[in-house]
Design a protein around this ligand. Sequence first.
Ligand code: GPV
Length: 801
Amino acid sequence: MNIATPPTQVTTHALRDAIVRHLCYSFGREPDYAGTEDWRMALSFAIRDHIADSWFKAAGVARREGAKRVYYLSMEFLIGRLLEDGIVNLGLVDQARDALAALGQDYDTVLADEPDAALGNGGLGRLAACFLESLSTLGCPAYGYGIRYEHGLFRQSFQGGRQIEAPETWLTQRHAWEFERPDARFHIGFGGHVEERDGASVWHPGEYVDAEAYDTPIVGWKGRWANTLRLWSAKAADPFDLPAFNRGDFAAAAEPEALARTISRVLYPDDTTEQGKELRLKQEFFLVAAALRDILARFDKEHSDIRQLPEKVAIQLNDTHPAVAGPELVRILHDERGLPFDEAMTITRACLSYTNHTLLPEALESWGEGLFGRLLPRHLQIVDMIDNEHYEANPSRTQSMRSDHQVKMGQLSFVMAHKVNGVSALHTELMKKTVFSELHRLHPDRIVNQTNGVTPRRWLLACNPRLSSLITDTIGEGWVDDLERLRELEPAIEDAAWRERFDAAKRANKADLSDWMAATQGVSVNPDAMFDVQIKRLHEYKRQHLNILETIALWQEIKDNPNADWTPRVVLFAGKAAPGYAFAKDIIRLINDVAEVLNADKTTRDVLQVLFLPNYNVTLAERLIPAADLSEQISTAGKEASGTGNMKFALNGALTIGTLDGANVEIREHVGADNFFLFGMTASEVMERRKIEDHAAQAIAADPRLARALEAVRTGAFCPDEPDRYAHIAANLAGPDYFLVASDFADYWRASREADAAFADPATWTRKAALNTARSGWFSSDRTIRGYMQDIWAARSYLGQ
Ligand code: GPV
């Protein structure tokens, strides 16, 4: 193996030989008998060898330099496929394509064989994956810590328009990227009791489960650095009950293994809603305890004074899910290592920081003290000590972490962190004014903003090769790891010939998507229509129902006047609803029913089509985003912490129709108000509007279009066999309408018609679209990670060391 070759200089020839060698000797298949999966695995291993070289080198540098490491603790890593990511980052696209062709294999077919690893629900998990890639691109020594779920996010299909959930089984297809680490294995305790001995407390857990590590290398741009994603798998501490087996009770003999494994069995299919299950708290502690043991073992190998921990270790809590890291680290430092409590607190706080990802009250985690104390008796005592210490100086306890017999994880995280960040400018300001107002008054320097970002390697270079080549032809390839250089495109945008090339790239992406939809969904759409796309988790605050209502109203208006000059539109949706979220699932079904009626309507279908694509995941996003013209970012203002899909669309030259919510605000500032279709109430107008008791009724009375669309929903125009199927949705929108769909409808309609008019003028539209690409460079996760490194972690880059 030529491990000395810099990865970017590997020849087609060498890569072909490596593929064949792995096919034969890693997988025991001769080329003539190999199937697509064999070729995919062999190519993956050939690529992985080069990633491993970068990885060893990076780890060596970090060890030699005694580097500070960043540890990103997250219950979710939505990494998607990794093969193309590796090939693109190593600069081996041409070589891989040619090597496979020489072996009689098609590159795209082989890449498409890889399962999409969905160890996350949505934005929060995808952000963690983008961050790992940027940490590697920037050469910042880092580990992601998470759980190796056997089943990731469920697979979605539709039956009669209804969402059907099936278990996802990414591990049953062979997975090329992980290395099992039997030597990195820890006993994790739960339950039991606390013994007081000579003024010290000792936790005696009542049961143990083992955490075993699996490592996946995450390579950065040009293979200059690679970090580790370390996922923990639960195994029985004492796997096999031999006496039971010898008695012939085989089920009892296997039980310890089965029970232990339930901890890493499934990802909770929850997105920003509270999950009050004991197993979830067990999962959270399992991740935290294993990660901290691992972090301290690495620290102890390199350093002798535990007081240096904050100089060498930065731990980021991705939302409150890993918040028990606070009390657990205090427990280790105080109970196990004998530091005074105050000092244990100081060190812990200097290591920890916390990212908040939502203000939705139902999504702020809290645990009943009964459950918490049963599972983690010593931690409950420590939480009370932390709470008392923190509030000694402050008699008001309105934002205490211990009220109503609950443990409030947001408050706990805030108190245990030296920095707390929001994920967009608006969200951070709202954190200061609402959920954390009192804590912010006490600690005015603690809250900082780090607006989210996305990795341009996956979300432009890899997913949109046509646009990427045009950009590189125009300004060179420096933009890939210096995304603000996309600004250098602006002069070219004034050139009509260049705009034609930009247009051709988008048109070809749309044609590819149409072909794919025809082949997989049996629906053919007009690739010259505006592709209007809303893809994200289903949630009332994200307002997919606002979009479908507006689509219904448009359909009604086209029917009234079929010969008018309508701008053709294809309205595309994709996204999963939490299995227990009945209202969100009904919205999916409504959209599917509407699609069926509209797509069959001969008078309107040439200008308006609707499609809900099943099983939204990272791979589908990579297909849809490069082909989008219009990006729907229409959440109720104040509810979407940031959004990251919004950034991916703008970067790929889609125009946003959106509210002043989350990062939309900053996107609009960057791309320019002229290149963004703004509508709707602001966050403060939303709060005022809710005070009007009959706000929905007023809005409906004032807008005949809205009234008519709602009436169609209420009376079953899209489900004549069961006319009252959606009466409850119509009633909700006419009644409480907490998310203010009715109140924002008229302005949304107006903005949508402006988008139609702009799209009807291709020269203007292309200019706006290209300006979105040129001005979205700030939304690179490289910029975000630099912000965390400077303002939160005090971490540095070791590139070139
Ligand atoms: I809390 N988010 C998520 O995907 N899952 C969660 O459990 C929680 C938050 C999302 C927010 O909803 C998005 O606005 C945000 O862009 C994303 O986290 C990343 O910050």
